[in-house]
Write a protein that binds this ligand. Structure first.
Ligand code: ATP
Ligand code: MG
Length: 355
């Protein structure tokens, strides 16, 4: 596949010599995609790093092992998430995360020399540079940082090269990217710093107010995934799940019931902010692109799996969105496709890949 022109022979020549990899450095999950014939090998680790409290540069565990320590660590260890709201907050720890991710993704003795990293489209120059630097420090010769939205569109196989316009709604853990793509580049972008993490935090609050019981953030996330939905006019089934929390008055464990409506209430500020962002982007949209957006809008990201998203967006904006069938790996796959494309590193393409 050639995204940026007809350079197949060049791509083919490079095959086998150059090892390329696509990375979605997410707030919650880091996903690595490695082209393997027509498919991808996919690897995923939680974006969590455990460090020494008195010297955060000393990394003790990364990924799954570190995630288990979140909120449960001994006093001298802290488990942190190096990305906040989609951008690198702790450089050294993000570095450790990327190195671990590459270790998992490569075979013994293999060298990865081209990597493409997806980051939120409205990242600042400094944030972009930080992502590029950790790629270089991890040993890659070429690093390209592109908008997650563009990467998702490529990974989802949307007709991005056409002049008609397509839209990607990427609702992750920490941020939501709304991206309009036409003629292979990003024509407009709106990043709303809300996502699944906010739903979890709101749910903890709602449970506290309703029952005077405090539940852990992991429990909130699990309940959200189990019974969650967005408010809409569609009569979606209401489910219930039981969660054990800590009674605020007696400090005893207490069972509480969380139902779909409570999750929808917790998700309401998030979906409202997303709708607001979509309204802004539609207002700016050229009339030439609206038909394309109507036909080709795809929602990706873990939070796009919450029931009722399609109904709610259609009710609010008259846009029938499609849901991706692999919402959590499309960004990495798109990045891998770009990484395998030699022209991806040329300056004019770099310009288009990031707005
Ligand atoms: N089945 C599901 N239903 C609802 N939410 C889900 C489901 N599965 C995962 N999530 C939520 O999706 C989010 C993670 O999605 P994703 O992996 O796309 O985020 P990320 O890429 O790490 O974050 P970001 O793009 O904001 O940096 C979490 O908030 C998680 O709770
Ligand atoms: Mg993401």
């Amino acid at each position: 596949m050639s995204l940026f022109g007809n350079k197949k022979t060049e791509t083919e020549q490079l095959k086998g010599i150059i090892n390329s990899i696509g990375i979605d450095l997410g707030t919650l999950n880091t996903v690595i995609a490695k082209p393997n014939g027509d498919k991808f090998d996919l690897y995923q680790i939680p974006s969590v790093v455990a460090v020494r409290k008195d010297n955060p540069k000393v990394v003790l565990a990364v990924g799954e092992e570190a995630k288990l320590m979140l909120g449960r660590t001994p006093e001298d260890i802290v488990a942190i998430r190096p990305l906040r709201k989609g951008v690198i907050e702790s450089f050294a720890q993000a570095q450790a995360l990327l190195i671990k991710a590459l270790e998992i993704g490569k075979e013994e003795g293999e060298i990865i020399n081209r990597i493409v990293i997806g980051i939120p489209g409205d990242s600042s120059e400094v944030e972009r540079k930080a992502a590029e630097d950790i790629g270089k420090n991890a040993g890659a010769e070429y690093v390209l940082v592109i908008s997650e939205g563009l990467s998702a569109a490529i990974g989802a196989g949307l007709p991005i090269a056409e002049p008609n316009g397509t839209m990607i709604i990427d609702i992750g853990a920490g941020s939501t990217d709304l991206v309009i793509i036409s003629l292979g580049g990003i024509t407009d972008i709106e990043t709303v710093r809300v996502g699944g993490d906010d739903i979890d935090a709101n749910l903890v609050q709602i449970v506290k107010e309703k029952y005077n019981v405090e539940i852990g953030i992991h429990e909130a996330e699990t309940a959200k995934i189990k019974v969650g939905m967005f408010h809409s006019n569609a009569n979606l089934e209401i489910y219930e799940t039981e969660v054990i929390g800590k009674a605020a008055d007696t400090y005893r464990p207490k069972k509480v019931v969380i139902d779909s409506m409570m999750v929808a209430d917790a998700a309401e500020p998030v979906i409202s902010a997303i709708v607001k962002g979509l309204n802004l982007i539609l207002k700016r949209l050229s009339p030439e692109l609206i038909a394309g957006v109507y036909k080709n809008t795809v929602a990706v990201g873990g939070t796009s799996q919450l029931r009722g998203l399609q109904n709610r967006i259609d009710e609010e904006l008259d846009i029938p969105i499609n849901l991706s069938d692999d919402p959590m790996t499309v960004v990495a796959k798109g990045a891998a496709i770009v990484a395998a494309e030699p022209r991806a590193l040329e300056p004019d393409v770099r310009m288009k890949a990031m707005k």
